[in-house]
Design a protein around this ligand. Structure first.
Ligand code: FAD
Length: 673
């Protein structure tokens, strides 16, 4: 009969033609308790087929060079060329069509995020062009903007998304750039009235883009109608010089992704035709009458900035992947690396066999894996929202809530996982050849762009509390809030088994309901609600928002297990992953469960988690092979054959022998060989 090891080797050979696994690989796969084939199929179904096709094609194009060695200016030019090459290939191979980039940019964006592992520059470029620029034209533009949209989708014309200004990023309602309508000439006059109104940080602006979606305060006949987007030609495509009335500059060196040309722009009473206004939801008649199908100014702004929600989902997804990728690197390496002899056996121990490593990286892997599964439900909600129509759907607030909390929690957790994984690799984790560099820069940035995490936590918190108001008023609750209708027992010791995911979910629910009620009543009683909100953020609003999302993820994980399409042994392995997740959350948050759990119950939980982690040690390396990362994405110490020293020295020697000079034109550059 075919062994698990044979099955694993066969699967991996699909991705890697020549596969000569080490003894370490064989030992790790032999210890695995689940059926590798079943698990592989089950996990693969968690992503759309386009995701794997994208990765496969990009993997074919990639050659190995070191991005970090290339000077900034050269890097930018190469990045643009590489992106064009990738997109042309994906279109040619029919993985996507340009039309799909227009109609389903979120899917394209999420699939293309896998490119992050090759370089953060490439994924950022693609995301700016498709997920921000093109998507804004699609979301809020009309037929008159369709030519620009198609050119953007084909990457024939580069664009950028000019929202942030030097003075304001998070609070975009205070942007200072203005767009006055001049009914005499039928033009808008775009102006940057102050030094802080300069558009700043804009990806693609410094050297690449010829067009921009510029967000400005729309003013018609002296009345301000709030933030609106306008499509502006910013450069002459032949000379690449900025057009009259527009000054463009470079934001300069950054902590990373210097292949992205972030730029700034000042508008000096720059005149653009009336057709520049992206006029799907708001328009100005030739003689200067403003009209909009959306009455509320706040909702109008939300619709104008709709592109950001989909982008948040892409960022959230890639952050989970990034955490898993870093942890997989660390797991494979530490399963081989030895330090210190065991005083009893006098044999050197593998690092991964120390129990603290179980806690540090196996535990985090389980946490990230539950997020990997649970996040699919967020995507499902998003797709439903899009089908209903952004303007028509009743889900607008909920989508803002779930995309905000997903982005905040998943980027923070992904960042923590990546940092822990880097440390678990010790000094070699700091070597460029092990690929933590690009991940750590992007994962850090992910906490800030597309909405700063702390701001998103507040916005999500407010929307969670809105459900309490809905409950009292008898209005329909948002999706996922049915638990507010449940009877929550009075504070009493929780006596049910904590080895059961359903019971852990109950505890999460109790805590969440308490937090929602406590926070809500404190706010209600406060005279100065603004100050009270600010005061409650740290110990009430944030814990409530985290708990909401932890509960959501666990609930989705339980649903996934309930429909598990595989044998019992394999299911059991994934149940353990869920238990480790749930029990660790309870322990980490123990101070807030004191109403339900005694100290001795928490102590028992700690023993239980350590035991589950020990069990998980048998399966964990095999689990890393279930994820959609190819060998080329991994750094030297994590290649699938598990020969870390051989590959690492290979990379060092290659570099020393002047390997960086092997650069040719259309390649994607990355670390390692
Ligand atoms: C590399 C890079 C690329 C970018 N690309 C683009 C782009 O292409 N297009 C674009 O438009 N923008 C872009 N941005 C801008 C980015 O979206 C903003 O930097 C981000 O939204 C944060 O805004 P800010 O920098 O003004 O931070 P601030 O809003 O000034 O925030 C600073 C800190 O203050 C805290 N804070 C702010 N308000 C409150 C409050 N009310 N309560 C509590 N805490 C608060 C925040 O949580 C944060 O920690 C980019 C940024 C970077 C770094």
């Amino acid at each position: 009969m075919e062994s698990n090891r044979d099955r694993a080797i066969k699967r991996i050979k699909v991705l890697k033609k020549q596969f000569n696994p080490s003894e370490d690989f064989k030992r790790e796969i032999d210890s695995c308790t689940f059926n590798f084939d079943t698990a592989y199929e089950v996990v693969r179904k968690l992503r759309p087929s386009e995701h794997y096709k994208t990765i496969k094609e990009v993997d074919h194009i990639v050659r190995w060079e070191r991005f970090a060695q290339v000077p900034k200016d050269e890097l930018r030019v190469k990045t643009n060329r590489c992106v064009k090459n990738i997109m042309d290939t994906l279109y040619q191979k029919k993985v996507f069509t340009p039309e799909q980039v227009i109609t389903d940019p979120d899917l394209v964006n999420r699939c293309l995020m896998g490119v992050s592992w090759f370089s953060g520059e490439l994924s950022t470029k693609i995301a700016v062009q498709t997920g921000l620029y093109a998507k804004s034209l699609y979301n809020i533009g009309t037929e008159i903007h369709s030519e620009a949209l198609m050119k953007a989708a084909k990457f024939e014309e580069w664009g950028c998304f000019c929202l942030t200004e030097l003075g304001h990023g998070s609070d975009v309602s205070q942007l200072e750039t203005t767009a006055h309508y001049d009914s005499m000439t039928k033009e808008f006059i775009i102006n940057s009235p102050t030094p802080t109104s300069r558009k700043f940080w804009i990806g693609n602006l410094a050297i690449t883009a010829t067009k921009a979606v510029v967000f400005a305060q729309l003013i018609v006949n002296g009345v301000r109608y709030g933030i609106h987007g306008l499509l502006v030609q910013i450069r002459d495509p032949k000379t690449m010089k900025s057009l009259p009335g527009i000054t463009i500059g470079d934001c300069g060196d950054k902590l990373g992704i210097n292949g992205i040309d972030n730029g700034w722009a000042l508008f000096d009473k720059c005149r653009v035709p009336k057709t520049a206004l992206l006029n799907k939801y708001a328009d100005v008649s030739p003689d200067g009458v403003y009209s909009s199908s959306i009455k509320s100014k706040a909702k109008r702004m939300a619709v104008q900035l709709g592109s950001l929600s989909g982008g948040r989902l892409a960022i959230a997804q890639v952050s989970v992947d990034q955490g898993l990728y870093g942890l997989s690197t660390a797991l494979r390496y530490t399963a081989v690396r030895k330090q210190f002899k065991n005083p009893n056996t006098k044999i050197e121990s593998r690092i991964l066999d120390y129990r603290i490593l179980h806690h540090r990286i196996i535990g985090k892997f389980c946490h990230q894996f539950v997020q990997y599964v649970g996040f699919n439900k967020v995507v499902e909600f998003w797709n439903q929202f899009k089908e209903e129509g952004i303007n028509e759907s009743k889900m607008t607030n909920f989508i803002h809530l779930i995309s905000s909390v997903s982005k905040a929690v998943l980027t923070w957790d992904g960042r923590d996982a990546t940092t822990e994984a880097r440390q678990a690799c010790g000094g070699l984790g700091f070597s460029s050849y092990n690929n933590f560099g690009p991940s750590m820069v992007i994962i850090d940035l992910n906490t800030t762009w597309e909405g700063d995490n702390n701001i998103l936590m507040q916005q999500a918190g407010k929307l969670i509390l809105q459900n309490l108001a809905y409950l009292f008023k008898g209005k329909p609750l948002m999706p996922t809030f049915e638990f507010l209708m449940e009877d929550i027992p009075d504070v009493e010791p929780f006596t049910e088994s904590l080895e059961d995911l359903g019971n852990i979910l109950k505890l999460f629910t109790y805590r969440l309901v308490n937090l929602i009620q406590e926070t809500g009543s404190k706010l209600q009683m406060a005279e100065d609600k603004v100050s009270e909100w600010d005061r409650l953020l740290a110990y009430y609003v944030y814990p409530m928002t985290f708990t909401y999302f932890n509960r959501f993820l666990l609930s989705e994980y339980i649903n996934w297990l309930a429909n598990f399409d595989g044998d019992l042994e394999t299911k059991k392995a994934f149940e353990k992953v869920g238990l480790i997740y749930g029990q660790r959350v309870l322990i980490n948050d123990a101070a807030n469960f004191t109403e339900y759990l005694s100290k001795s119950q928490i102590d028992e939980l700690k023993d239980s988690v350590m035991n589950h982690l020990l069990d998980m040690r048998k399966d964990i390396i095999a689990m890393t092979y279930l994820l959609p990362f190819t060998d080329k994405m991994y750094g030297a110490v994590a290649r699938s054959e598990m020969k870390p020293y051989e590959y690492f020295l290979d990379a060092v020697n290659y570099y020393q022998s002047g390997g960086k000079s092997r650069v040719d034109d259309d390649i994607i550059l990355s670390t390692s060989r």
